[in-house]
Design a protein around this ligand. Structure first.
Ligand code: NAP
Length: 457
């Protein structure tokens, strides 16, 4: 895959970049090791100062950063700006709370026959981050902010279609004061990931992306016995029960499906609706889709921009065509948009059956799959009938039902009467083939720490 910015709204190549050579990667790894030797000795206070300076720069530069992201992957300008400001918040969160999260954790010294015993959180070293294009900054910041606060140094291999966002992150961290070697962007293709991961200078890796990419990185890391965090795909259920506020559930469902032009791992993708709420929900949901403005992502009125890549649109189109060919009913949309760029109509499909690929695959675009169920057990059965386990949404005002959804949905997170969103204050991650490990909160910072037991007689 070429390393290039190709504007998805026009299909035009804006800028191309050469991949680094193996020798340049080797130099970068040396720089990272040298950087780590000094950086690991810096104080929490110093790291927090640099994190806050990064946040300040992001806030000051948010408009330009947003324009760059929109040009690279087609998200609307408003959502790109919101993402930039969220990144600033993420940096501040770890600046404010990192020291407390990394403080020595006392153990019961008496129980273990010591005068003093505790756990110390120490950095692992050079961590490789392989990241996707859908949230070009936020995905990388979710790794960078906690990893840097903990004293690690980062090597970023970003998706090949967001090279400018990738370079910006390295640049902004340097301008904020992080010393050389603390965070480097390597413009390389995915074929170079294996040798970097096997390199003894690299201690651990995190990958956010598709299941095949995750499987490949996990297999190599397993062979090298290196720690990994995997944040992979999702096909989140969005369950609506009769007691719910149906108009609000339908309005939120529209956002939950089409946010980021439908390309979010935690987007609601399967809408599982109780038969007593079905007609009201589907009418309102379809009306919401009908009112969406699809178009140029730089225009303020636009709700849904293009898919980020031509291949992404082809994959989505194939999923819809397969379902329709096997009897799915198109309530709205169902086709690509006839204009330059990689636009696809916001689409709702009903009458989904197990034979259709969309039943089990992740629809990475603005396509909703609808299911009608008779009761809560059927709703949960369909929700869990997936290899994914990232997020889950359920709408009901019945406390007993809420508890059932919280307890029985197989996922890393459950949102009741709302849509799944990431916050620094909440843990983020999945189970099953959505991956393992957690990002954000103290869990995210501890992923890249050696949790060292200390016992003193
Ligand atoms: P992708 O094709 O897996 O790419 C993600 C990253 O992995 C890119 O940097 C890519 O590099 C690299 N890569 C691809 N194949 C690789 C391999 N065999 N070995 C090493 N690296 C490899 O995924 P995507 O299409 O960019 O992103 C969409 C997927 O990410 C969806 O499934 C989505 O649900 C998932 N996602 C998950 C989360 C989460 O937090 N759980 C968040 C966002 C997205 P190149 O670009 O050079 O190919």
């Amino acid at each position: 895959m070429a390393i290039a910015t190709i504007n998805p709204a026009t299909g035009q190549t804006v800028r191309e970049f050469d991949s680094l050579t193996e020798a340049q990667v080797d130099e970068a790894l040396d720089r990272a090791v040298r950087g780590f030797a000094d950086y690991r000795t810096t104080s929490f206070e110093q790291r927090a100062t640099w994190l806050r300076a990064t946040a300040d720069l992001l806030e000051a530069e948010a408009d330009d950063v947003a324009a760059m992201m929109t040009e690279e992957m087609g998200k609307t300008l408003a959502s790109a700006k919101a993402e930039t400001l969220k990144c600033a918040k993420g940096f501040r969160y770890y600046a404010d709370h990192g020291a407390e999260m990394l403080a020595d954790e006392p153990a019961d010294a008496e129980a273990v026959g010591a005068s003093r015993a505790y756990m110390r959180y120490q950095p692992l070293g050079v961590v490789l981050a392989v990241m996707p294009w859908n949230f070009p900054l936020w995905q990388a910041v979710r790794f960078a902010a906690p990893a840097l606060m903990a004293g690690n140094v980062g090597i970023l291999k970003h998706a090949s279609n967001v090279p400018q966002s990738a370079l910006y992150l390295e640049d902004v961290l340097r301008r904020a004061g992080f010393p050389e070697g603390c965070f480097q962007t390597l413009l390389i293709g995915s074929s170079m990931v294996e040798s970097i991961l096997r390199d003894p200078r690299v201690a651990a890796a995190t990958l956010t992306g598709s299941e095949p990419a995750g499987r490949s990185v996990a297999a190599i890391a397993g062979d090298e016995v290196k720690h990994t965090v995997l944040e992979l795909g999702g096909s989140d259920p969005y369950i609506v029960m009769p007691s719910a506020d149906i108009p609000r559930a339908a309005k939120t469902a529209v956002t939950a499906r089409v946010q980021n032009n439908g390309q979010s791992c935690i987007a609601a993708k399967r809408f599982i609706v109780h038969t007593d709420a079905y007609d009201e929900f589907v009418d309102a949901f379809t009306a919401g889709f009908r009112s969406l403005v699809v178009g140029d992502p730089t225009e303020e009125a636009t709700d849904v921009g293009p898919l980020a890549t031509e291949q992404g649109r082809t994959d989505l189109e194939e999923l819809v065509d397969d379902a329709v060919g096997k009897g799915a009913k198109v309530l709205i949309g169902g086709s690509r948009v006839d204009r330059p760029g990689w636009f696809y109509e916001p689409t709702i499909l009903a009458d989904i059956t197990e034979e259709m690929e969309i039943y089990s695959a992740e629809a990475f675009g603005p396509v909703a799959a609808l299911y009608r169920v008779e009761n809560i057990d059927d709703a949960i059965a369909i929700a869990n009938d997936t290899t994914f386990g990232l997020g889950g949404n359920a709408w009901t005002t019945d406390a007993a039902e809420q508890e059932q959804f919280i307890d029985r949905i197989e996922s890393g997170q459950v949102f009741i009467n709302g849509m799944t969103t990431s916050y620094p204050e909440l843990g983020f991650g999945g189970i099953k083939r959505s991956g393992y490990g957690r990002e954000l909160t103290s869990h995210g910072i501890h992923e890249f720490c050696n949790i060292k037991t200390v016992w003193i007689a």
